[in-house]
Write a protein that binds this ligand. Structure first.
Ligand SMILES: Cc1cc2nc3c(=O)[nH]c(=O)nc-3n(C[C@H](O)[C@H](O)[C@H](O)COP(=O)(O)O)c2cc1C
Length: 364
């Protein structure tokens, strides 16, 4: 089997009031098994749902007399200036959402003035995605394979393609129980461009993909990646202050607080619930990137006010891509920028540094 891409060619502006509407509309155009793979989480999806609902455990104080005309969303991370405190999370196989695949997401992300993260399981080559980004900053997300030669090959490709940082994902050493994918007998669409070197030329089930992963990542692996690539290493999938400290002591340049969008350990806390404690433990030694469950501008505000330096968005960007190609991705960025700006105005916070210092209200 060769191709299972979703294929509308359109690159149009899309219209949606909120992400929940956008998700519903995307479910009507993305083929069923692909949509299930994108939307769903592990097990009973309790952790996935809680990722979004837990933002309601804290509230934002309104402030009126701050005299703000237009809030400034600009910030930076690891020395890279960005137009807003939101980046694109790494996700496998963007071809499931749109024929332009990762190139579409990279172009939309660049148009928004932000950073594109590219998954090990991208449908397109790093070279092609870099060309679509047209010089905009890109990070490469590595899943450590049992085959060290393959890991080295991927890191070499990243360096060759001007990647600015490596994201090592540590929360997916085995497959979470994603029941929708089991039911659908989901297989990854081809090509998975980075697997070409391994001679892989048939569709892979998720079990087959995860079989290649190193199940026991250690701190030594982190040091090895840093010394081999000479790039900053971001450790993604941290949900525990202890792990954060260990990663920092092994040389990580940033910590990415994430529970993989609730796709791995169902029964774990919401990512937002562990953010504050991890940020307090890391104590500004390295920046903190936060994702999982963000669907509103107020969620971004609350994450920044709870210790994140920037946030990342997953599924909503694939829904935007499905609807309108790169323009749809840009529209999702614009939606979050609009909502965040409105919240910042109403909260009396003129810029991102002020948001990070804003106290949150807890009623219980
Ligand atoms: C379809 C899909 C594929 C994903 N693939 C990867 C991946 O290849 N590597 C990775 O580190 N995270 C992957 N993730 C997790 C995202 O990087 C991110 O942590 C998560 O989507 C954030 O949650 P949100 O979708 O609620 O914003 C994937 C998520 C989705 C939805």
């Amino acid at each position: 089997m060769q191709f299972k891409y979703h294929s509308p060619q359109n690159e149009k502006e899309i219209s949606f009031i909120n992400i929940s509407e956008l998700q519903k509309a995307s479910g009507r155009i993305i083929p069923r098994d692909s949509f299930d793979y994108i939307r769903s989480g592990a097990g009973d999806e309790i952790t996935m749902q809680r990722n979004t609902t837990s933002f309601n455990t804290k509230e934002i104080y309104p402030r009126t007399f701050a005299g703000i005309k237009t809030p400034d969303l600009h910030t930076s991370v690891l020395g890279i200036p960005i137009s807003l405190p939101i980046i694109t999370a790494p996700m496998a196989a963007h071809g499931l959402a749109h024929i332009s695949a990762e190139s579409g997401t990279a172009k939309g992300t660049a148009a928004a003035g932000s950073i594109m993260s590219i998954s090990t399981y991208s449908n397109q080559t790093l070279e092609k995605i870099a060309a679509a980004g047209n010089g905009a900053p890109q990070w490469f997300q590595l899943y450590l394979s049992k085959d060290d030669g393959f890991n080295r090959h991927l890191l070499e490709e990243a360096v060759k393609n001007n990647i600015k940082a490596i994201i090592l994902t540590v929360d997916a050493t085995i497959n979470g129980n994603r029941e929708a994918d089991m039911r659908n007998r989901f297989t990854m669409p081809l090509p998975l461009a980075n697997l070409k070197k391994t001679g892989q030329n048939k569709a892979l089930s998720l079990e087959q993909i995860f079989d290649n992963f190193l199940p026991n990542i250690t701190l030594k692996d982190l040091s090895k990646i840093i010394s081999f690539s000479k790039l900053p290493l971001i450790v993604k999938g941290i949900q525990n202050p202890q792990d954060a400290l260990q990663a920092v002591s092994a040389g990580a340049s940033a910590i990415w607080v994430s529970n993989h969008g609730g796709r791995q350990l169902d029964g774990g806390p919401a990512s937002f619930e562990v953010l504050e404690e991890i940020a307090a433990t890391v104590n500004h030694r390295v920046p903190i990137i936060f994702d999982s469950g963000i669907r509103r501008g107020q969620h971004i505000f609350k994450a920044l006010a709870s210790g994140a330096d920037i946030t990342a968005i997953g599924r909503p960007l694939l829904y935007g891509l499905a609807q309108g190609g790169w323009r749809g991705v840009k529209d999702v960025y614009d939606f979050f920028a609009r909502e965040l700006s409105m919240v910042m105005q109403l909260a009396g916070t003129p810029d991102i540094e002020a948001v990070k210092k804003a106290p949150l209200f807890t009623a219980h």
